[in-house]
Design a protein around this ligand. Structure first.
Ligand code: PLP
Length: 740
């Protein structure tokens, strides 16, 4: 029985271990539910459409969460009749109070009795239904309720519930007279509520019933009138299924008109009170609540999000329990350590999760049976994409082909990629530099003949999975919101205190995510955009003019932000122009034609209100690395150092500033060692193992990265190299796709 209990919790999608003290309840519910374990609330668009006007709104949640009062108020608001399961179904059926019934049949039989009563009850139509706290325990009865409409979970904090229950002297909670504390009972119950809801409504501390009912009604409205993503260039009207979901954007990347997908009109947003509720949660639970805001439950069930998040942010993949902890550096400067994932850069936060979205999207909204993701990389992207897809998309028909330049890739990055094993990945060196690899990739994606051959003969499409993809942006939004909440949780700032977020950026991806984090409600004074000597973005933010004229790419110690064309900037232009696709089109037409384009005055003014920008020279990067290390013993990677240097130049010393720590320093130790000129030796001759040893000897903070160390002893498994020739590369792509 006990073993069964564990497996029950696991198939529930909850990784939370079975608490010993709650075993009594597990056993008891199992006993009653043994025949209906597989039932859950899965609904499709078809189910929903066929319900139409008849759909009920079913409120679930802990005892004392306010289902009854909210239900009444909601019924009034929406002009819908209200059914209270306690008052209108159970008590008339039993001819006694719920408390009396519980006393009569005891904990062990109560849920079965309750389930029976609900199953025998004729479900009304177009009602607001307030369930009992224990309805979600009985799978069959709950399935019936769930199939009758939309299930809304009133998520109230445990403390509030306990406070209310003590006040109300409640006598009808299963288990409350056993040796288990109310807190344990509520923890345990949470898993059942999480299993059934379509929409979660986060209830604030001391929130009035009126306000909760308004929220529910808004949420129901948004559910019924699903608003998808639109193109930033506004020309993608002919959408096959009428609405572009988050999963569609993950699969497609670019919009059909070449624009980027954006949300218009209703941007997902938390109230301060809702955000405050997230402070007490860990990274995974925060992720679930944030991701839910961007997805429609009929496209991606909240229960799937939960399962994806728990599988992706596992303790053995992210080697720090907080996943993305915040550390204080000096005075008001903090760093958000985003590098505890398997490839030691911030990209892991997105790429350990995105493949799960991708596979789900392939299974639900794709017109082909397989995908090949092609990436050109000189750095962190390749490793992170390979690692994500080999771990989280195994068995699905999606592969990754990475092309890296034989010239100009660091030893550590090279070793990291070429030692990765996986049946769906391939890594190929191209006898050229990174610029050529990038040109090559562009050619691959615009090669119609190749595209057709892949589609017609292999039923396969290409994808880029690059940083414009929502599957990559969203998890980074989570990181930034979580960073702020960590500051509050650690007691570094009071809730509500504004901060600056400083992000070293190249493609404007991670800082755009920080912008969305701000838009979702965390109090940010300024977003600080940090560049290295490739400072096109700094100039743009300062002057409103984006100019590629006369620009050549500089090679720096922070190679992952050596970028001149920042794709994600397009989204910012869209939002700050008041969601005007014409502004975006004009800007990019001009930039394309003349190599220079100016943002309209209103856009630039808005940028100025929200952003600061600066760039670090190579000397700045070195100086700040050394001074920070000497003052604190903490070693920043060169990208993080660019961030801190810029925060020092343009930030406000009195403002708490969270600097994105985008990589573990050991990954870029070849760039850092020359800063220290240790022994004046020639660092180029060091092996990967020697480099990692040097890193370990150099600094103890941040903690060693176990994945980087493990990698050293792994054998190289990818030996393929290709000449600098398009046809050969196109053939390699086709051949690999054929194997998938
Ligand atoms: C990719 C990367 C960046 C830049 O990310 P953007 O999405 O361009 O903002 C910064 N630092 C490191 C270490 C990276 O790998």
């Amino acid at each position: 029985m006990f073993l069964l209990g564990l497996s029950f919790v696991a198939r529930n999608g909850c990784v939370r271990p079975c608490r010993p003290a709650a075993n009594f309840l597990v056993r008891q519910v199992l006993w009653q539910n043994a025949r209906t374990l597989t039932a859950d609330g899965r609904k499709t668009w078809e189910d929903w459409r066929s319900l139409g006007e008849k759909a009920n709104i079913v409120l679930i949640g802990s005892p004392g969460c306010g289902k009854t009062s909210t239900g009444r108020m909601l019924g009034e608001k929406l002009g819908m009749p209200v059914l209270d399961v306690d008052d209108h179904c159970l008590e008339p059926t039993w001819g006694c109070t719920v408390g009396a019934k519980l006393k009569e049949v005891g904990d062990l039989h109560f849920i079965e009795e309750e389930g029976k009563a609900v199953l025998n009850y004729t479900m009304p139509e177009a009602f607001v239904i307030s369930t009992t706290g224990s309805n979600p325990f009985h799978a069959k009865a709950m399935l019936k309720l769930s199939q009758s409409g939309l299930v809304v979970f009133l998520d109230v904090s445990k403390d509030t519930v306990i406070r209310r229950l003590n006040k109300m002297k409640i006598d009808r909670i299963v288990g409350q007279n056993s040796a288990i504390t109310m807190s344990q009972i509520l923890d345990y119950r949470q898993e059942f509520y999480e299993r059934w809801y379509d929409i979660r409504v986060i209830v604030e501390e001391n929130e009035e019933v009126e306000s909760i009912a308004t929220k529910v009604s808004k949420a129901v409205d948004q559910f019924s009138n699903a608003e998808g993503f639109v193109s930033s260039r506004g020309n993608a009207d002919d959408i096959p299924r009428g609405y572009v979901s988050f999963l569609d954007t993950v699969l497609q990347g670019l919009a059909p008109d070449g624009g980027l997908y954006v949300k218009s009109k209703h941007q997902p947003k938390f109230t301060p009170g809702e955000l405050r509720r997230l402070v007490e949660l860990d990274f995974r639970e925060r992720s679930i609540r944030i991701l839910e805001q961007w997805t429609h439950p009929l496209d991606l069930r909240p229960q799937e999000i939960r399962s994806f998040v728990y599988k992706s942010y596992k303790p053995h993949l992210f080697t720090c329990p907080e996943v993305a902890p915040v550390r204080r550096l000096v005075h008001n400067h903090y760093t958000l350590e985003l590098f505890h994932g398997p490839t030691a850069s911030f990209k892991d936060a997105a790429l350990q999760l995105m493949p799960r979205f991708f596979v789900k999207a392939m299974n639900t909204c794709s017109d082909v049976s397989k995908y090949l993701i092609v990436v050109a990389t000189s750095g962190d992207t390749g490793g992170a994409v390979l690692d994500g897809f080999r771990r989280h998309a195994e068995g699905a028909r999606v592969g990754v082909l990475v092309l890296y330049p034989l010239k100009g890739i660091s030893k550590i990055q090279h070793h990291q990629m070429t030692t990765m094993e996986g049946s769906n990945i391939k890594v190929v060196g191209v006898d050229s530099d990174f610029d050529f690899c990038q040109t090559l990739i562009k050619q691959v994606f615009s090669d119609e003949k190749l595209g057709e051959a892949l589609k017609e003969t292999l039923d396969c499409r290409l994808s880029a999975a690059n940083s414009i993809n929502w599957g990559r942006l969203l998890p980074q939004v989570v990181s930034h919101i979580s960073g702020y909440l960590e500051m509050v949780r650690m007691g570094q700032i009071p809730f509500g205190q504004p901060v600056d977020l400083c992000v070293p950026t190249g493609n404007f991806g991670n800082i755009l995510s920080a912008y969305y984090a701000k838009e979702m409600g965390i109090p940010v004074r300024r977003l600080i955009c940090a560049s290295n000597t490739n400072h096109v973005l700094t100039d743009f933010i300062r002057n409103g003019v984006y100019s590629l004229q006369g620009q050549t790419l500089q090679r720096t110690a922070s190679p992952s932000i050596d970028i001149l064309q920042s794709s994600n900037l397009e989204r910012l232009l869209f939002h700050l122009s008041g969601e005007d696709p014409k502004t975006v089109r004009d800007f990019y037409t001009k930039l394309h034609r003349e190599g220079v384009a100016a943002a309209p005055k209103n856009v630039w003014e808005s940028i100025h209100k929200q952003f600061l920008a600066g760039y670090a020279t190579e000397q700045d990067c070195k100086d700040i690395t050394l001074s920070t290390f000497r003052a604190t013993g903490y070693m920043m990677d060169p990208h993080t150092a660019v961030g801190r240097a810029v925060a020092c130049h343009v930030g406000d010393p009195n403002m708490p500033t969270i600097i994105s720590g985008t990589a573990h320093f050991a990954k870029f130790i070849d760039k850092i060692l020359p800063f220290f000129r240790i022994g004046q030796q020639n660092h180029d001759s060091l092996t990967v193992g020697e480099l990692i040893n040097e890193a370990e000897a150099l600094a103890r903070q941040p903690v060693r990265h176990p994945y980087l160390e493990d990698m050293v002893n792994k054998p190289v498994v990818h030996h393929d190299q290709l000449p600098c020739d398009y046809d050969e590369i196109a053939k390699a792509i086709y051949d690999f796709a054929a194997q998938l």
